[in-house]
Structure formats: C-alpha cells, structure tokens
Design a protein around this ligand. Structure first.
Ligand SMILES: Cc1cc2nc3c(=O)[nH]c(=O)nc-3n(C[C@H](O)[C@H](O)[C@H](O)COP(=O)(O)O)c2cc1C
Length: 313
C-alpha cells in the first residue's frame, strides 16, 4: 500500500507535507547540489521585503544547548531583485513556491508586496512573516506590542488588508513570543488566512562570560532547533483545538520521528529549519520516514495522522 501524502491548503496543493522553513534554505539555488529539490513538498523562501536589507551586524548566529540563536535581521535583495534574479531558478524546480514576506516599517508594505506577487504565476502561496523577532521597525516600535503577531487586532487588520489584494493561498506565520498564541491564530483565520504556520523563533540570549558580551551583536536573537520543539508542539496542539484552517508546524524538527510528533499534535504539513544546517538532505529522509510510518501503521493517508493524539490515559 502506498499511503497518500498529498495535502492541500487553500489553492495550494502539496504532493507531500514536508517543506523547508523560511530563512534556512536561502532561495533554494544555494542547496541545489546537496539534495533533490523536486522531492520536497514545497519551498518557503527566505523572507523578502519591499526594499533590499543588509540585515544586522555580525556576529549574527551562535550555537546554544540543543539549538542556535540567530539575528539575521531579514537580509534580502528586495522584491524586484528577487523577482529578477532568484525567482527564475526556483520557479523551474517543479514544486510549489511559497514566498515569505515582511514589512520593515509600515504594515502597508505587506499589501504592496502581495499585490506584486499576486501577478506572478510561479508564486504558489504567500507566507506573511509577522513574527520576525530580529527587526526593529520604527513605526511598530513606537507602539506596544513590537510585533504584529503579538496583537490579535493588528494581525486581523493586516491579514484582511492582504486578503483583499490576492487570491493566492495566504499563510500567516505566528510568533511564540506571546501569552496566548491561539488568539492570534483565530484572528488570522477570521481575517481570511488559508493556513497558519508556527512557530517562529523564541527570543533568547547567550553570553560569553570571558568578555561579558552577548554572543550575537543585537544582544538577543531568535532561538531555534530541538530546544524549542516541546514549546512548538504544545502551541500547535493548543491552536489545533481552536481553528479549522490547516497548521504548518515547525520548531526543532530534526528527523522523521520528530516530524511525526508534529502531525500527531495537529499539523497538516511541516517545515524543516535549523536541521537543514546539519544535514541538507534531511527533508528527503523525513518524507521517506513518514511514508514508512504510515505503511507500518496501516494508515492510508497522512490525514489519518493529523491531530491523532491519544488524550485518554
Ligand atoms: C538562520 C535562521 C534564519 C531564519 N530566517 C527566517 C526568515 O527570514 N523568515 C521567517 O519567517 N523565519 C525565519 N527563521 C525561522 C524559521 O523559519 C523557523 O520558524 C524557526 O527556526 C523554527 O524552526 P526550526 O527550529 O526547525 O529552525 C529563521 C531561522 C533561522 C535559524
């Protein structure tokens, strides 16, 4: 028996539910010699903004127990250069391309970016990165909270505004740096998001005791990797109880076994992030491992696994 691995969210159809997470896979061309890109369920690109960004000063990453901190600060070439120089390669791979976008200063930038991407056939979906902990936006900073993803109303308004300018599948990427992530997920769903992805990185710090300096230049950064997996799973399970749209799960997926935990908690698809730095082929291995698990457990479709957590003791 060949279990069915395909999943859909909005108009987006994935032949399997394993994608690569934004910011950990560049614009795919960088990885082309290291794995078979067309085996992936989908590719979520590094976040792009309207204008080019140099990102934050170095050092921008450091290793931590069971994870890493990063503060890249959304370094990217800006949308026009992305379309001219990066999109031609990714659009020929033959897998769905999800473009991650963010604003620098003004949430209206999300609308402008989405309007531009809406006209491009090669773009399969748009991921709204309203949860990057590493950019300092002057307009948003003046207000409290700092991130759109920390405020249900701001999330609702933003998703609704973007929804008006595109029919493409919209995925809203949520932040774990909140008191109740379910409120934000509900706001995204109500405003017309076709899926939510969670989690982005968790704000953290690491210190060199000899210099008494933080190990990354911006002092705090975003924690990712296996250290955050239990937090991600807990949040996915909570969100799964509250919304009907699909969840793309991420946060510390390192192998097929950890990927399976995410489906069981309620994710319809997953994204592999930090693990790409350890083993760029890991997503392919995860696809095989998930398929084997479904066969061994006589499950005809990945949907049988989604949210299958056994809650009775
Ligand atoms: C070096 C690095 C860069 C990242 N850049 C982005 C980004 O540009 N946009 C985004 O939405 N998430 C970004 N992320 C967050 C990941 O997409 C993912 O949500 C997070 O790392 C948790 O998954 P993981 O533990 O599997 O890495 C980045 C993560 C890392 C480690």
């Amino acid at each position: 028996m060949q279990p069915k691995l395909s999943v859909s969210m909005g108009r987006l159809q994935l032949k399997n539910p394993v994608m690569v997470a934004s910011g950990t896979f560049g614009y795919a061309e960088e990885l082309k010699d290291l794995l078979d890109l067309k085996e992936l369920g989908g590719i979520i690109t590094k976040t792009i903004t309207l204008k080019p960004r140099q990102g934050n000063p170095p050092p921008r990453t450091c290793e931590t127990p069971a994870g890493m901190l990063n503060s890249i600060g959304l370094e990217n070439p800006g949308i026009e250069k992305f379309i001219k120089e990066k999109l031609p390669f990714i659009s020929k791979i033959g897998v769905p391309i999800i473009i991650s976008i963010a604003s620098e200063d003004d949430p209206e930038e999300f609308v402008k970016l989405s309007r531009r991407l809406d006209k491009i056939n090669a773009v399969s979906a748009i991921e709204l990165n309203i949860s990057c902990p590493n950019i300092k936006s002057s307009k948003l900073k003046a207000k409290s909270p700092k991130l759109i993803a920390q405020d249900p109303k701001a999330t609702y308004n933003l998703v609704q505004a973007v929804r008006k300018v595109t029919k493409k599948t919209l995925i809203t990427k949520l932040s774990p740096n909140v008191t109740d992530i379910t409120e934000i997920a509900i706001a995204a769903e109500k405003a017309g998001s076709n899926a939510v992805s969670l989690i982005n990185t968790i704000t953290g710090m690491s210190i060199d005791i000899n210099t008494r300096r933080a190990k990354i230049a911006t002092l705090t950064g975003g924690l990712s990797g296996p250290a955050i997996r239990p937090i991600a799973l807990g949040m996915i399970w909570e969100v799964y109880q509250k919304i009907k749209i699909p969840i793309i799960g991420m946060g510390g997926i390192m192998d097929a076994s950890s990927a399976l935990e995410f489906f069981i908690a309620g994710a319809t698809a997953i994204s592999v992030g930090t693990a790409n730095f350890v083993n760029p082929k890991i997503s392919q291995e995860i696809i095989e491992g998930v398929k084997r698990y479904l066969q061994e457990n006589k499950m005809v479709s990945i949907y049988k696994l989604v949210g299958s957590l056994q809650c009775l003791r």
